[in-house]
Design a protein around this ligand. Structure first.
Ligand SMILES: Nc1nc2c(c(=O)[nH]1)N[C@H]1C(S)=C(S)[C@@H](COP(=O)(O)O)O[C@H]1N2
Ligand SMILES: [Mo]
Length: 196
């Protein structure tokens, strides 16, 4: 009897422990872009890392030859939605940083269309970020950042730059687009680092 009574007496639903404070679960995948979707040519797309020692470029084929990974992660938008268990496919930034040398500790990520976001290299390296080409088992659509976007799931999703083009390392931290407009320089959803 008691298990039935408990079921019907409205025992408070447990909050999913994967949901950071102030976030609400969504099932769909909202589109959030600060401007129009830029046209990015798949065939000629390249990714570049610029450091104090020069510029290293990879074609998509060169990137994929470094090793493609499938990861399932949760994404958290600063506008309070969280989507759990999203499958992605991409190349870990660790593979790229294995091929460049820098003494810098920060980077500015650049996208086609002019979007920028700043990230510490410690938040890009160590199995924490990817150049993603696919999500939910299909190539990224243009509105979700195709042909390639950055994926940094442990930080709020504004750090996951769509239509990513490259990054430039920096000796000290500088704010990117949203960070200049009031968002937190770091953006950890577990600490609710929403606004700076
Ligand atoms: N280039 C670019 N990347 C971007 C944005 C943008 O406006 N331009 N918006 C950011 C924000 S605020 C969020 S929440 C996510 C949204 O990605 P989605 O539209 O695929 O959900 O992309 C991030 N990356
Ligand atoms: Mo966002």
């Amino acid at each position: 009897m008691s298990f039935i009574t408990r079921g019907f007496s409205g025992r408070r639903r447990e909050r999913d422990p994967r949901l950071p404070p102030g976030q609400t679960l969504v099932g769909d995948w909202p589109v959030l872009s600060a401007g129009p979707t830029p046209v990015v040519a798949d065939e000629t797309w390249e990714f570049a890392i610029g450091t104090e020692n020069g510029v290293h470029r990879w074609t998509r084929a060169e990137l994929e030859a470094l090793g493609v990974e499938d990861v399932t992660v949760d994404i958290h938008c600063v506008t309070h939605w969280t989507k759990l268990d999203m499958p992605w496919r991409g190349v870990s930034l660790d593979r790229l940083f294995a091929e460049v040398e820098t003494s810098h500790r920060y980077a500015m990520v650049h996208s086609f269309g002019g979007y920028t976001t700043n990230i510490a290299l410690d938040d890009l390296r160590g199995g924490k970020s990817w150049i993603a080409f696919e999500a939910d088992g299909a190539p990224l659509t243009p509105e979700h950042g195709g042909p390639a976007r950055l994926l940094v799931p442990h930080l709020y999703f504004w750090k996951s730059a769509k239509w990513v083009q490259g990054l430039v390392t920096m000796p000290s931290d500088k704010p990117g687009f949203w960070e200049q407009n009031g968002y937190h320089p770091h953006g950890d959803p577990w600490r609710e680092e929403r606004y700076g």
